[in-house]
Ligand binder design. Structure first.
Ligand code: TXA
Ligand code: MG
Length: 337
């Protein structure tokens, strides 16, 4: 199959929507990361997503909608807190886990009786949902285990020949995937995956917010997880990644002791660069880091890096999402200096 590269223009949006209606898989831009989209109710199309990604069958997909009314076709029931959260954060990077409507096939929900739903804000994603006339199931458009894609070129790199088309909607603004939450009771939500919508932002709407322990820790083998995605290796480039926590001074002295060919470092800004060491900058604020982290991990592979020392981000606000992705990219190898 030759993968078509489509532009964010009316003719190509119509072309992409037609492919989606016909049960094909299309790489689509969202404000978070690119998604690998197909009709959420078409089992064969969903099977193609799992095959193209090499994704385990028990890892559920998020269903994307463009109008709040569509929620009633995806979720069997919507708690009033979910409605409040939708009003506050949609369209935007928040995914809510809700009881699954029987119209959503179990292949889409990875065999679970719940389903993740979100309304993306990227105009092209919204247009594709409306033009195709179907809710779109879409995981991140990387091959399973690799860093998520934030440009159409990243998607092409991973999916060339495996899917019908990629729609180029530019570089993703947010850069890390949506915040995923589950409902514990009528006034409590649990964050399963941190994202751009932070704990503090959720607290403006929800009385109680719990951070799932799996966000910052490796789960013991065999432990039951609330979100199947938590148990798989994630976001890892080919290079060996080590997360290094500590002050700039301590980080620099650690790196100087480990300089070798093919050793690279990922630092915050110009001041954090180390003379005579191959340095890439990924941002000084949580927002900047979120936007760049995945593309920098991919760039390190393109450069042939074998070992990467990443100056660990501050795990607060949006930084928690960045930290969560990086500890997984590092296979939980964290050094405190
Ligand atoms: O920003 C995003 O969320 C992107 C864009 C494309 O929308 N999508 C994305 O999908 O990140 P994916 O499949 O790469 O990650 C979805 C995560 C997985 O960790 C999955 O296990 C979890 O959400 N998830 C999905 N449905 C779930 C459910 N019913 N219960 C628990 N966890 C669920
Ligand atoms: Mg993913």
């Amino acid at each position: 199959m030759k993968t078509k590269l489509l532009a964010d223009c009316a003719a190509d949006l119509l072309d992409a929507a037609k492919l989606l209606r016909e049960g094909q898989v299309v790489g689509i831009p969202t404000e978070t990361v690119y998604g690998l989209a197909a009709d959420a109710c078409n089992e064969e199309a969903i099977q193609q997503i799992f095959s193209a990604k090499g994704r385990p069958a028990d890892n559920p997909l998020i269903v994307h909608i463009a109008k709040t009314q569509q929620l009633a076709e995806i979720a069997a029931s919507v708690p009033s807190l979910a409605q409040k959260l939708a009003n506050a954060f949609w369209p935007g990077p928040l995914t809510m886990i809700l009881p699954k409507h029987h119209q959503i096939p179990t292949i889409t929900s990875g065999g679970l009786d719940t389903v993740g739903v979100r309304m993306p804000s990227h105009p092209a994603a919204r247009a594709l949902i409306l033009l195709s006339g179907v809710p779109l199931a879409a995981p991140s458009a990387n091959r399973s285990g690799y860093p998520s894609p934030t440009t159409a070129a990243h998607v092409m790199n991973d999916m060339q020949g495996k899917i019908a088309a990629v729609l180029d909607g530019g570089t993703c603004n947010v850069g890390v995937e949506s915040t995923v939450i589950a409902f514990e009771n009528e006034d409590t939500v649990r964050i399963l995956r941190p994202g751009y919508v932070t704990e503090a932002m959720l607290r403006n709407v929800v009385p109680n917010v719990i951070l799932d322990p799996a966000i910052l820790q490796q789960l013991p083998q065999g432990q039951i997880v609330r979100s199947p995605g938590m148990k798989y290796q994630h976001y890892a480039p080919r290079a060996h990644v080590t997360l290094v926590k500590g002050s700039q001074e301590a980080f620099h002295s650690f790196v100087r002791q480990h300089v070798a060919t093919d050793v690279y470092v990922l630092v915050f800004d110009e001041q954090d660069k180390i003379p005579d060491v191959s340095c890439l900058v990924y941002g000084a604020t949580g927002e900047e880091q979120a936007q760049l982290v995945f593309s920098k991990l991919r760039e390190l592979d393109d450069l042939g890096a074998k070992q990467v020392f990443v100056h660990a981000p501050n795990p607060n606000g949006v930084g928690l999402a960045v930290y969560n992705r990086l500890i997984r990219a590092a296979g939980f190898e964290v050094i405190q200096v």
